[in-house]
Design a protein around this ligand. Structure first.
Ligand code: BGC
Length: 729
């Protein structure tokens, strides 16, 4: 086996430069004369997509798992680790060394075109999912790739847009998931995004790649570009990028010239090349022969799909009654909507469909209802006639690739108009309806609420979606998915409504840290379905919440008080009573999914990590925990808290900045470190609260105070003494 450092010493400059760009779209260069092989990278994230020709959509059949949004809705980190391990086994069998996933960007807006490919609106849930996904992939000797670093929260003008993000927002909302996964699971690679962040392209942004990724997060793997994200090649490598993708290279000469004229040093070149050699080395040492059990993987895809579906409403007609006739309506029943469009698009090995899965369980008839976004009169007539004939109706609806895909953002959150019309007509004929929605992200449901007595969000559930739906609706499995993103009442309620997707040049993250439920809950806005929400066929009771400060562990009893087995997701939110900088009303800081038999009680323990009470304090350039009282809230959604308790934290970190002469009189009077100085000075010159000028004075910057001293009724001598006392020039 080769040693990367020794090999590096044997390479000439041309060979080194060659290694810094891909051989083609999916392979890296090797060095034949030294026996260094070329390795393969492929998308990701919800299955392996190995291209078999120049056509990107012509990929080898592989197991298609539910998309990341669905994975996050399982809240089941163990299951996601298993899923990722299964994908990696398929990678090993196909000779793939690095899987280009998981995607860990945030969901500023529900309109984000790739929201289906990302986990959650919450950075903690995203980080936990990402970390387990990476661990699962790498446990099989395949490298994971956290993407897209960073600030890539929209598709509109994604190659050009400049994301303007203040440091605290960047750290708390968008770096945090990368940080958690890097800390806990050490991914082999990270992919730099297309967009700029605060004026500098992500792949040549030294604040992102050096200060944050390497220095702050301690990332020691390889940084590759997104496909085509390298503009200025020299600047990219100079500022932290190791590998340009895809190849073949057309700008090696630029790098050679930069080395000649000193724009880039040999030391920088060597450190980048070393990362490439280390990646090839890891890939080679971890190669193994595996036999993939595709049947097991298909079953796993079904299990994850079952675990992810969120039951939003149940009027009592679920589970379905097998002994009564069922009408299944919708094109998706025979032509499943199971994945999103773009670079993650795969060819499934075994695509299950709801119609077949239902037919193996009950008497079922089908009507097409619509074709993609259109519904003809004939389709409507057929669907209504079917609804009239049967006892129960299951209507499948959702988005299509034309509405939701990589490459563009959604223009609204609604279901297709034709589908809404169909739902209304069917309900008016037979109100015993269950509506199932297939979409990779949050939808507005108010248009159909009155016509959908029972409602399930099934996401984009992968190749096992059809079978999973049958298991769920026939009650073989109790639904246990919980929303990984809020369903607002209307798009307009989202805090990015006015600013997303920005103007031609910039997209300004001016909602800051208040996205998703952090915004809705702080603002106390009604939502359609809250973050963390999802019904079950059984119900749960919570009791005896406790907190052990010595190991930062929350514990609570959860009892299944219904008569069916089911899984509950216990969620821990932290509320900070008072913080120097404004914080959301509550933030998710822990969770656990537990399976309970009827009548069973489990004491569920959830360890909070070292950042559970902390937030990013920009002037300290770090996460910091402040002294004070915190409420630990435990519940089954952000709006359904069952138990809570208060704790007191002592911290020696001072987050408050001491007021300076550039701050206001009021700032000085508010702060216990400056108040005595100013009060004393005012007292000495007899300037008190009953002075008519007092209230106005409060807003003055301290530097202006001297200008207004005569108006404060002070004598020249008093002015001089006040200036002296406060250090004013
Ligand atoms: C996407 C990446 C993907 C890459 C390779 C890019 O357009 O943004 O997520 O991994 O293509 O297909």
């Amino acid at each position: 086996m080769f040693d990367p450092v020794t090999i590096l010493k044997q390479l000439n400059r041309e060979e080194k430069v060659q290694l810094l760009c891909g051989l083609d779209a999916w392979h890296l260069h090797g060095v034949e004369r030294l026996g260094i092989p070329s390795i393969t990278l492929t998308d990701g994230p919800h299955g392996v997509r190995l291209a078999q020709s120049h056509d990107v959509f012509d990929s080898v059949d592989a197991t298609v798992f539910p998309v990341e949004a669905a994975m996050a809705a399982t809240w089941n980190v163990g299951l996601i680790k298993e899923l990722a391990g299964a994908i990696a086994k398929e990678c090993q069998q196909l000779g793939v060394s690095v899987l280009l996933g998981p995607g860990v960007n945030g969901k500023r807006s529900p309109l984000g075109g790739r929201n289906f490919e990302y986990f959650s609106e919450d950075p903690y849930l995203t980080g936990a999912m990402a970390s387990n996904f990476v661990e699962g992939v790498q446990s099989q000797g395949v490298g994971a790739c956290l993407k897209h670093f960073a600030g890539n929260e929209q598709e509109t003008r994604r190659f050009l847009i400049n994301s303007v993000i203040d440091e605290r927002t960047l750290q708390e909302m968008y770096i945090a998931p990368f940080a958690k996964a890097i800390r806990e699971s050490r991914p082999w690679t990270v992919m730099g995004a297309y967009n700029s962040v605060n004026g500098q392209f992500a792949c040549q942004n030294s604040h992102l790649l050096q200060d944050i990724l390497r220095d702050q997060l301690g990332f020691d793997g390889l940084v590759m570009s997104d496909w085509g994200a390298v503009g200025d090649k020299v600047a990219c490598h100079q500022h932290g990028l190791d590998l340009e993708m895809p190849g073949p290279a057309d700008r090696d000469q630029q790098l050679l010239d930069a080395l000649d004229n000193g724009d880039m040093s040999e030391v920088v070149l060597d450190s980048r090349v070393l990362k490439v050699l280390e990646l090839i080395h890891k890939s080679v040492t971890h190669k193994r022969d595996v036999q993939v059990d595709f049947e097991r993987h298909h079953e796993l895809a079904i299990e994850v799909a079952c675990d992810s579906a969120v039951l939003l409403k149940n009027s009592g007609n679920l589970p379905l009654d097998k002994s009564r006739s069922i009408g299944l309506i919708g094109q998706f029943a025979k032509h499943p909507r199971f994945q999103g469009g773009g670079s993650s698009h795969m060819n499934p090995r075994h695509l299950s469909n709801a119609f077949e899965a239902f037919c193996s369980r009950a008497e079922v008839s089908w009507a097409m209802g619509y074709e993609e976004l259109e519904m003809t009169d004939e389709m409507l007539r057929e669907a209504v006639a079917l609804a009239k004939r049967v006892d129960q109706v299951v209507l499948l609806t959702g988005t299509t690739d034309a509405l939701e895909s990589e490459g563009f953002d959604r223009s609204n959150m609604r279901l297709p108009e034709a589908h809404v019309e169909l739902i209304k007509a069917v309900y008016q004929t037979n109100s015993n309806v269950v509506v199932v929605m297939y979409a990779g992200s949050a939808l507005e449901t108010r248009q159909i609420e009155d016509y959908a007595p029972s409602l399930m969000h099934a996401w984009l559930p992968g190749e096992g979606g059809g079978e999973a739906l049958a298991r769920l609706l026939f009650g073989e499995v109790s639904p246990s998915g919980k929303l990984s993103e809020t369903f607002p009442v209307r798009l307009e309620h989202n805090p990015t409504y006015e600013s997303f997707p920005g103007n031609k040049a910039d997209t300004i993250y001016n909602e800051g840290i208040f996205t998703g439920y952090r915004y809705y809950d702080t603002k106390k806005l009604p939502v359609q379905y809250p973050f963390g929400y999802g019904l079950s066929y059984t119900s749960f009771a919570y009791s005896d919440l406790s907190y052990d400060a010595s190991c930062r562990e929350v514990a609570v009893n959860v009892t299944n008080i219904g008569d069916m087995a089911g899984a509950e997701v216990v969620q821990v939110y932290i509320h900070d009573e008072h913080s120097t900088l404004r914080r959301p009303d509550q933030e998710l800081k822990g969770f656990a999914k537990v399976m309970l038999q009827p009548g069973e009680t489990q004491r569920v323990s959830i360890a909070l990590d070292e950042q559970a009470f902390a937030y990013f304090v920009t002037h300290l350039q770090r996460f910091a925990e402040e002294s004070g009282r915190f409420e630990i809230r435990v519940g089954s959604s952000s709006r359904d808290i069952h138990e809570s308790l208060w704790i007191e934290l002592e911290s020696d970190i001072e987050c408050r900045q001491i007021p300076t002469l550039n701050d206001t009189v009021e700032d000085w009077l508010r702060d216990d470190r400056t108040r005595p100085i100013l009060e004393d000075a005012f007292a000495q010159v007899g300037f008190t609260k009953d002075h008519s000028f007092y209230a106005l004075t409060l807003g003055f910057p301290m530097t202006l105070l001297k200008k207004f001293m005569p108006m404060m009724g002070l004598t020249e001598q008093q002015c001089e003494s006040l200036k002296d006392k406060l250090g004013l020039e």
